[in-house]
Design a protein around this ligand. Sequence first.
Ligand code: COA
Length: 140
Amino acid sequence: MELSIHNNCQGRDWGRVAQIMSHFGLSGAPPEDHKRAFENSYAVTFLYDGEILIGFGRAISDGVGQAAIYNIAVAPEYHGQGLGRLIIEDLLKHVSHCNVVLYTHPDKVEFYKHLGFRRMKTGMALYRDPDMLQEMGFIE
Ligand SMILES: CC(C)(COP(=O)(O)OP(=O)(O)OC[C@H]1O[C@@H](n2cnc3c(N)ncnc32)[C@H](O)[C@@H]1OP(=O)(O)O)[C@@H](O)C(=O)NCCC(=O)NCCS
């Protein structure tokens, strides 16, 4: 693997971002929405194998003490090689002064626990489609 890490949004293949997100059921948003979301984020991480985009993630932050991580994904054929950890650790470097929160699919809770995250006892969410999120196991 010819691995490289990029921390900016210039020249990214937003179609591939949308395709990977959609593959995992994380989002059905079109490429231009992902472009806007990543461009409006505080920190972004993109992983490439040569010219191929193989993983990404982003953090929003107030730049002072609070941050939240979103849209972590690694292309399926690259799973299990430490790349998910690499994306998280790279994002955390950019918000090292912050408390960091995230919410994830119920299947991935153990992954984040393994990386040092702890379950929040008072996390609250106001979702636009609470019935669907309840069905998926995200909220009570
Ligand atoms: C979650 C995801 C990013 C993990 O990527 P990955 O590159 O396969 O994970 P890594 O190889 O970096 O794993 C890092 C560590 O977590 C562990 N791990 C990976 N998946 C795990 C799981 N589901 N439960 C517990 N531990 C897990 C690995 O064993 C590894 O441990 P080690 O560093 O001690 O050897 C990847 O599965 C993915 O893209 N999933 C689909 C998208 C998604 O669900 N994203 C999260 C929603 S925000």
